[in-house]
Design a protein around this ligand. Structure first.
Ligand code: ASP
Length: 334
């Protein structure tokens, strides 16, 4: 395939805006527009997996699949399943924090290298929404299934039903009920929605996103995570992006699609993530009250990340190294 020229005219801002020195190296290696930099830095290597937040076990599972020669699609599903099954992660799958009525409802989506997409929203009682989303994509004529229909489909595909509300999430919900104050939570501990992007040994991309949504949301609320172009977008010719944080803001700006389109126009993944955050903060003067974070990869394996607030981090598994990297953030520049 013809190699695309990614213009990195923002190399200075990339240098200034990425905190980890290893990420700085990654952002600027193989820069087509600057031979001096290209000569000095190693070429990004594949395969590659990145994920929102500090989820080393999830990226390790995805990396293992990639190392075994499996597809990027298999890898992101395997990675997301790790967090969905982890009851300590209160933002994803079993153990997720419930809505204000005490129901744990899950949203997830997945995209493959051919631009196919599958998603579930408002799914109850099923631990692995990401695998149900994949089955929606592969086994139905539809792309998005909701609520009871999605649950019945999952059961018919052999997914067992389980109570997803763990003791500790129930306790947290009961505590919240004392005030019932509804404010979006900026960062829940150090993890949240899992958005994962991978490039396999063939150079093909896939992405997945899985969440229990905002804690104590209104019953029926659906966020960005399962919505194509908002919580996730993959274009195998260009790159992929995924989001975490206040879904309403990501939905209004169609953030992940925007990032991929900006990369198509020549922006680096870093510059594209920064622009998508800028769209949100310029439209919403209350942006200090909520968090949004994006990660992106381009076809070459270059990585970008940016958030509104501090403390957003992401995993990058590349060159056999599984690293958690702190993202740069908009409010630092204010
Ligand atoms: N983006 C998710 C949602 O709005 C929540 C999160 O990432 O914390 O449902």
């Amino acid at each position: 395939m013809k190699r695309r020229k990614f213009i990195q005219n923002a190399s200075l801002s990339s240098l200034a805006l990425v905190s980890s020195s290893s990420l700085i190296a990654c952002e600027n290696k193989n820069t087509d527009s600057n031979d001096a930099i290209v000569g000095d830095l190693p070429v990004p290597t594949l395969p590659l997996v990145v994920a929102t937040w500090n989820v080393p076990n999830a990226t390790a599972a995805a990396w293992k699949a990639l190392e075994e020669g499996k597809s990027a699609l298999d890898a992101v599903e395997a990675g997301c399943r790790v967090e969905e099954a982890d009851v300590k992660n209160q933002s994803v799958g079993k153990g997720g924090l419930p809505d204000r009525d005490g129901n744990v409802t899950l949203d997830a989506c997945i995209m493959n290298k051919d631009g196919d997409y599958g998603a579930v929203v408002y799914l109850k009682d099923i631990v692995h929404p990401i695998s149900v989303a994949r089955k929606v994509m592969e086994k139905t004529p539809h792309v998005l299934m909701a609520g009871e229909g999605a649950r019945q489909f999952a059961i018919s595909e052999g997914h067992p039903m389980e109570n997803l509300l763990t003791k500790s999430s129930k306790k947290a919900w009961e505590e919240w009920q004392k005030t019932s104050e509804y404010k979006p939570v900026i960062n829940i501990e150090n993890h949240d929605t899992i958005g994962m992007l991978a490039i396999d040994k063939n150079g093909d991309l896939a992405g997945a996103c899985t969440t229990s949504g905002l804690a104590y949301k209104m019953a029926g609320r659906v966020g960005d995570s399962p919505i194509i172009g908002s919580g996730l977008f993959v274009d195998n010719e260009i790159g992929a992006a995924t989001a975490t944080g206040l879904g309403e803001e990501v939905l209004k700006t169609v953030g992940s699609f925007l990032i991929v389109e900006l990369m198509r126009q020549g922006k680096s993944p870093q510059a594209a993530c920064e622009e998508a955050i800028r769209r949100i903060v310029t439209k919403n003067k209350n942006h200090k009250d909520f968090q949004v974070g994006y990660i992106a990869v381009n076809k070459k394996g270059e990585v970008g990340a940016y958030s509104i607030h501090e403390w957003f981090s992401f995993m990058r598994y590349q060159d056999s190294k599984n690293e958690n990297i702190k993202s740069e953030f908009f409010l630092k520049t204010q």
